[in-house]
Ligand binder design. Structure first.
Ligand SMILES: NC(=O)c1ccc[n+]([C@@H]2O[C@H](COP(=O)([O-])OP(=O)(O)OC[C@H]3O[C@@H](n4cnc5c(N)ncnc54)[C@H](OP(=O)(O)O)[C@@H]3O)[C@@H](O)[C@H]2O)c1
Length: 363
């Protein structure tokens, strides 16, 4: 019935016969000190006895798990939460399918799609047996697909909670964001469209006009209307823009560094900048005049901490985004698929500049 059973082995130990499958696990051996992150990982395999599950245990298999920037930070030992010890299975987000269930309440059944419920659980593995408490079951809706559901747990939730938590946005208000083509940025555009909120999108300039136009076309698919490069932030085009739409009350900062200082200059009075990423690896600085005279507020947001504090709201948010996906109102990021066996190729591809794709491990 499931692909996993093709890999079933019948083993015999002490004359007791049991069923086992071979499990692949991508482990972090040591923190990376250079960009050659794939050399710090190793793919191991082991037999897993799947004959009998303890009460409330599930056997799940990987459907898809992305490489996110946070995974790279973990591999480099520079993240808010790190493995307790190494080697450790890594991967922070992923979609799994229940293959076998010993759930005494029968909530989890074979075929269900589930997400890990714990941060740092380790998603880059082909199968595992774990307690049902380790999983969140996705709603059984039409049109859910593996690309959308394997990338739902981090970026769309981050986008939605940032839009809801820091300003009471009303229709025709404006949000400005950098890193606008990131998966978070794509989600911000789609959610703001549903809220009738304008989004001013700031992206990095591409090396040539063709690539710049491709990026603009790419963002149009997510409903983006106002798209500018970091260089434009200092140009007349913005003075003209503020004649058309209101100045932003909320800025979402994925990047840091000087272009963020330029972005902050465009904020309205009594506005808030939320920093959730630091892709430029540059610090965040402010014009003191903006801070004092505009009553600017600067806050950080980390979805991992938020979800630990708000587990019920987190599940509701996942369900809400699943509904949007099911209704065709939320598109997943562009994805490229690699098997765990090809993890070195996957990381090489991840490091390609301007790829605009999520790299997914699939089995
Ligand atoms: N705080 C939280 O709770 C939270 C939650 C989710 C994500 N995040 C963070 O949000 C960021 C985006 O995550 P994602 O998964 O959406 O990313 P993603 O889809 O992989 O996209 C990466 C983005 O970063 C930009 N970028 C890469 N290098 C850059 C540089 N040197 N300077 C400026 N921009 C650069 C890319 O722009 P180009 O196309 O121009 O390269 C792209 O827009 C990451 O920092 C991630 O850790 C934080």
């Amino acid at each position: 019935m499931f692909q996993i059973y093709r890999k079933l082995n019948l083993k015999s130990i002490n004359k007791v016969r049991y069923l086992s499958i071979q499990v692949k696990e991508l482990k972090l051996k040591d923190y990376a000190t250079s960009n050659e992150i794939e050399n710090c990982l190793e793919l191991t395999s082991r037999d897993l006895n799947v004959d009998s599950l303890k009460t409330n245990e599930l056997l799940v298999k990987l459907i898809a798990s992305p490489i996110n920037p946070a995974d790279i930070n973990i591999i480099q030992g520079k993240y808010g939460i790190l493995p307790k010890s190494l080697p450790s299975i890594v991967g922070n987000e992923g979609l799994f399918q229940v293959v076998k269930s010993n759930d005494d309440l029968n909530e989890f059944k074979p075929g269900d799609w589930v997400l890990p419920n714990q941060i740092g659980w380790g998603t880059w593995r082909s199968s595992v047996i774990d307690s049902k408490r380790s999983f969140i079951k996705l709603p059984n809706l039409t049109n859910l697909n593996k690309e959308a559901c394997s990338t739902i747990a981090v970026n769309p939730v981050t986008a939605l909670i940032m839009l809801k938590s820091f300003k009471d946005l009303k229709p025709n208000d404006t949000v400005i964001q950098n890193g606008a083509n990131s998966a978070v940025g794509q989600a911000v555009n789609q959610l703001c469209k549903l809220m009738n909120v304008n989004v001013v999108n700031i992206v990095r300039k591409r090396p040539d006009l063709q690539q710049q136009n491709d990026l603009i076309d790419f963002l149009h698919q997510f409903g983006a209307k106002y798209i500018f490069t970091e260089d434009d932030l200092r140009k007349q085009v913005f003075t003209d823009l503020w004649q058309t739409i209101p100045k932003p009350k909320l800025a979402l900062n994925c990047v840091g560094g000087k272009p963020t200082v330029d972005m902050i200059r465009h904020l309205d009075y009594d506005s808030t900048i939320v920093t959730y990423g630091g892709m430029s690896r540059q610090p965040l600085s402010f014009n003191i005049g903006d801070f004092i005279f505009k009553d600017l507020k600067s806050v950080g947001f980390w979805v991992s901490r938020w979800r630990q504090k708000n587990p019920i709201e987190y599940r509701k948010t996942i369900d809400y985004i699943c509904e949007l996906i099911s209704k065709g109102q939320f598109k997943h990021p562009k994805c490229e698929q690699f098997s765990l066996n090809d993890y070195k190729k996957a990381f090489k591809r991840y490091q390609t500049p301007f790829i605009n794709s999520k790299i997914l491990f699939v089995e």
